[in-house]
Structures are given as C-alpha cells and as structure tokens.
Write a new protein. Structure first.
Length: 612
C-alpha cells in the first residue's frame, strides 16, 4: 500500500507540474492595463495555494488579507481597510516561517506602495484609476502602437502591399524594424497561454522581403498648410517626424551633418544585421511622402539653431546619441583603444576595419558590444573576447545576439571589471587587466557585482573597444538656451522643450540610447504635437482596411523561428545573417494570431482597435 501511495503521489506531482507550466505561461501573458489591485489579489491567491498552512501567519493571515483585498477590488473598502491590509501584510512578512509566507507579505506591502494611486481611486472614487483597462498586448507594448493584428491578418490573406501600408500608418520603417527591432510587441502575446508568442518580427520580415517597402506607394499628402518645419537629425526619429509632417501637408526641411541618412540605423548597426540597401528602401519611401527637403553636411550649431527658430514655424531636434563614452581607467588613452561608436560609424560609411591577426577585447554587455565583437570576428581578428563585469544572464544584449556571438567564436569573460589597460613602451595597448567580481545583492533590478578576493586577470589585447554607452553632443543646443540635465536635453510629456513654444526634442538625445522603435515612436509623437501646435489636428488614411477575423485556431504549434546562415559561413563576411521566412512558415505564424483586437479588448468594447 505504501508503494502504491508513493507512485500515485509521483504521478500527481508530474501532472501538477504540467498545470504549473500552464499557469506560468498565463502569468507571462498578463495583459497590459490589468488592474493592479486585481493582480495583487491573484498573486496572493497563488501564494495561498502554495502554503502548507502549518504556521499561524499563513493559515490566518493570508485569508484575512485576501478578503480585505477583495473588498478593495470590489470598491467596498475604506481607508481603514487599506491600513488593515498593511498591518496584516507586515505581520505576515515578519513572522511567517518560510519564503511562501514572508514573500507574500512583502509582495502585498510593495504593491501598496507601488500602486498607492490605484488603491486611493478604488477607495475614494469607487472605480479603477483612469487608464486602467486591458488592451491589446502587442499594440500596447509596441512603442509606436502599430496595429499588429491588422497587418498580420492582411499578410495571412496575401494582401502584402496593404500590410506594408498598415505598418507605415504608425511606423515608416517597416524594413528596418523587420530586421533589427527588439520586438517588445511579443512580450505579453496572449498566444503564450496556448504555446508561445507569435513571431511578429518574423511575419514583418516576410512582408518586407516579399514586397519591398519602396515599391509600395505612400499616402497622398494632405493639402499644403503653408507651415514650415525644420528637423535636426536624419535618424529614425527625425525622419519619422518628417514623414508624418510631410503627409499632413507641412513643408519639412531635414538637416543632417553626415553625408548619408539613417542616423544610428546606418552608423550604429552593422550591415550583417541591417544591409544598407534595405535601409535605403525605407528612406526612399519616407522622402517621397510630401514636401520633404534634405540638406546633408549641415552641422547645426548654436547660431544655426537661432536661424532655424526664426525662419521656421517649428523645430524638432532629434540628433540622437552618437558620441562614444570612455572609461576612467589607466591606459584608456593608449593606442589601440577605441570607442564602439567610432568602429560602427566607419562601417556606416563602408570603411570596414582590418583586424587581421589582432587580439580584440570588447568591454560591455549590451547589443552594441555584441555588434562590435561580431564585427571584429568578421574583420579577421585572431581572437575576440567580451569582458563584462556582471554575469552572462545579466547582459542587456538580446539573448539571441549573445548566443550568435558565441556561435561565431566570441569568448565571454563575465564577472570581470576593467581595472586598467596595459601598454608597451611605444604606448600601444597590449592587454586589458580585469579585477574579478562576485555577484552580490540585487540593486536596481539586477544583482550588483562586487570585487572578489581573487587575483587580477590579464586579457591579451592589441585592440580594446569600449562599448559602455553613448553620449549626446548637446553643447550647441545648451548654448542656444535649451534645458538639459547634464546628460540629455529636456522635454515635457509632449516633447516640447521647456521655455520654447515651437521647439521640440525627442529620441535618444532626450532619454539616452534606446531602440530604433522607441526613436520612431518619439518622431511620431512629435509630429502629432507639432501639427496641433500649428493649429491642426490632421487624420491620415493609410490606404488599407483591417480584415475580418477568422475563428481562432487553438491547436498548440511550435513557434517558427527565423533561421540564420551557418556561423562558420556568416562570420567570414558582412552579408545579412538571417534566412528568408517561407510563405508556409509565415502562414502558420499568421494563423496563430488570436486577433485580440476582436476577441479580446475588441469584444469588450464592441468597437475594436480602429475606434480607440
């Protein structure tokens, strides 16, 4: 009988594991806009299911807190209820025997502080705080709020040109984003509850590979307004702003200090990730959208800013963050030490480096560091090492980029903090000396490294590439009178520069180095706000309609991944690394979309995405 009991329990545990995995997927797909009070109540109920009920704090405290949170969620609570929750949660955290109990108490206390406004609204107003409602996850998580379900549905029906138009309704760089976007749209995809997130970037890649963006006509611009807008910087943010303003009927002049357009898309992303000819497809389409003039070789300084403000009705400053940061360590000025920005900028002008036979060490753990490391491999380096002061799993680079670099032969030396750069008598770098670290307590969301009691590590290096961040060159704009916070230019929530009625700021120069899609979102926002400041509120027609939704296919499928060329082949050249997505693969991924715009929030509102 005892053996039978053990076998039954083991089978039950195995089945429980399956349910736990499904529950974890549901948590991962938690929709944006969820009421925080309801979220906390659900977390507490999950904790109650885990507890053994042995200790009094869990056995009595959790049900009490759950009942009180239920009152708050149902708008039946008072301020005294919230105080009682805090007292009970503090007691649970401080007296529970195990992690299940004290973590549950700590979670409730953290939530009371983090969502104080939500609790106050539930108690005082008897409603959720303004803006609290579930939304379509992929659209909400996309910084530019592209109508993802619509273009997926168009692709599924074979209306590829219309899919491009639907993407360009909010993002005029469909090709660039199809190739390099970090796809935050996939983070909360509800398909996760069934199997895995839809490969949204893969579908977009199929779309732009099937029909080139510059062969799809842009909407006809609205009637000319007679207003003139200057855009400083021809990166993703500046060109996006110019695109939408041009379609609105405004006359736009773009000023760019380099000879070619694209900003960090051209000068910060290697060609093996974003081929220049593919970037040019998007740029050609952008420049064909209305009255847009481009002046290259124009380095806007203080005097030029004064002229622009006098001559134009509005100015949008989107100069990016294109200066390289260095490290304050001995030997940082040695020959052979260079910034990541310098390396990638040269490639943007098709000046490919020759590192033949060199030992290269890259300092950093972000996507730029991976770009530099993979570039060094392609430039013929004898060895390429990434030195990073945290753990591999703490790297800010996309896991796929880290994995790709390792497959191409890049060695990752983690928990190694740069101490100094060793140089020979001629002043040439010979090694990076690192102080080993050990991982410590979590600070700022990540475990912080602290010096370990270990001897220094010497990494042989003929070249050291510093990829620890980027800076903006804001001195001319500061002298002009624009506010800054010692690092970036200041702007309000509408991207308006404080102290100026018609000067706007956005993108990396306002918040620091981020992603292409975030810069695009800033340009889109700036265009809308400039249009309103000029006295308009134009509405643009993208030229595509949203298809009706088919019934959901709820069969679990494996997620289609975008394949790459073999590492042994791709590491020898700067050709694009990814393989095409086939029509068959794209059809499967499109069919996995659950059309949350219709069956999710669309069903709740009865209107769908087009009405928001």
């Amino acid at each position: 009988m005892g053996r039978l009991t053990v076998e039954v329990a083991a089978r039950a545990d195995a089945r429980t594991g399956e349910f736990v995995e499904a529950f974890a997927r549901r948590v991962e797909a938690m929709p944006p806009g969820q009421c925080p009070v309801g979220l906390m109540l659900g977390q507490l109920q999950a904790s109650a299911a885990q507890t053994c009920g042995k200790c009094t704090p869990c056995a009595q405290g959790m049900p009490k807190i759950e009942a009180l949170l239920g009152d708050v969620a149902a708008f039946r609570a008072t301020a005294a209820t919230v105080d009682e929750i805090r007292d009970a949660a503090t007691l649970l955290r401080d007296t529970a025997d195990c992690a299940v109990g004290w973590q549950a108490g700590a979670m409730v206390l953290a939530g009371l502080d983090a969502f104080a406004e939500e609790f106050a609204s539930h108690v005082d107003a008897g409603t959720c705080a303004p803006g609290t409602r579930q939304t379509v996850p992929c659209v909400t998580r996309c910084p530019a709020h592209v109508n993802v379900p619509a273009y997926i549905a168009l692709a599924e029906e074979g209306r590829i040109a219309e899919a491009v138009k639907m993407i360009r309704k909010d993002n005029p760089f469909p090709t660039a984003c199809a190739l390099v976007c970090e796809h935050p749209c996939e983070e909360r995809c509800r398909r996760t509850m069934v199997d895995a997130p839809v490969n949204i970037r893969g579908i977009k890649k199929y779309i732009v590979d099937t029909v080139a963006a510059d062969t799809v006509e842009t909407p006809a611009p609205l009637p000319a307004t007679g207003k003139r807008v200057a855009v400083v910087g021809a990166g993703p943010s500046g060109l996006t702003c110019a695109y939408f303003l041009g379609l609105m009927g405004h006359s736009v002049t773009v000023f760019e200090r380099r000879s070619r357009l694209g900003g960090m898309m051209r000068y910060g992303i290697p060609a093996y990730r974003l081929p220049r000819e593919r970037l040019d497809e998007d740029i050609r389409a952008v420049l064909g959208a209305g009255d847009i003039e481009v002046r290259t070789g124009c380095d806007v300084q203080t005097d030029e800013m004064r002229t622009l403000v006098d001559e134009f009705d509005a100015v949008y400053v989107a100069v990016g963050a294109q200066g390289g940061k260095t490290l304050s360590i001995e030997g940082a000025d040695a020959a052979g030490v260079m910034s990541a920005v310098d390396v990638l900028e040269a490639i943007g002008d098709e000046q490919y480096p020759d590192f033949t036979g060199k030992n290269v060490v890259v300092i950093g753990g972000g996507n730029v560091a991976m770009d530099c490391a993979r570039t060094a491999v392609r430039a013929g380096a004898a060895s390429v090492t990434v030195a990073y002061r945290r753990r591999l799993e703490d790297m800010t680079a996309l896991p796929s980029e880290v994995e790709a670099a390792m497959m191409e032969g890049v060695e990752m030396r983690c928990l190694q903090a740069p101490a100094r750069i060793e140089a020979n008598a001629e002043g040439n770098a010979t090694a990076l000396i690192c102080q080993p670290q050990r991982i410590g307590a979590v600070r700022g969301g990540r475990p912080a490294p602290v010096p370990a009691d270990k001897p220094e590590v010497r990494l042989a290096a003929d070249l050291v590439i510093i990829a620890v961040g980027q800076a903006i060159e804001c001195a001319p704009f500061e002298e002009f009178g624009m506010q800054h916070d010692r690092t970036y230019l200041c702007a309000d929530a509408c991207l308006q520069a404080p102290g100026f009625d018609a000067v706007f700021v956005g993108g990396d120069c306002q918040w620091g180095p981020k992603t292409v899609i975030m810069a695009i979102a800033a340009g889109k926002t700036a265009a809308a706000n400039i249009d309103e400041m000029l006295g308009f509120r134009h509405q643009l027609d993208c030229g595509a309609t949203v298809p009706s939704a088919h019934p959901n296919d709820r069969t679990a499928y494996g997620r289609v991944q975008v394949a790459e060329r073999p590492a042994r082949e791709r590491k020898c050249d700067f050709k694009y690394v990814e393989e095409p997505v086939s029509a068959e693969e794209a059809a499967q991924e499109c069919g996995r979309c659950l059309r949350c715009d219709v069956y999710g929030i669309g069903a709740l509102t009865g209107r769908g995405l087009e009405a928001w």
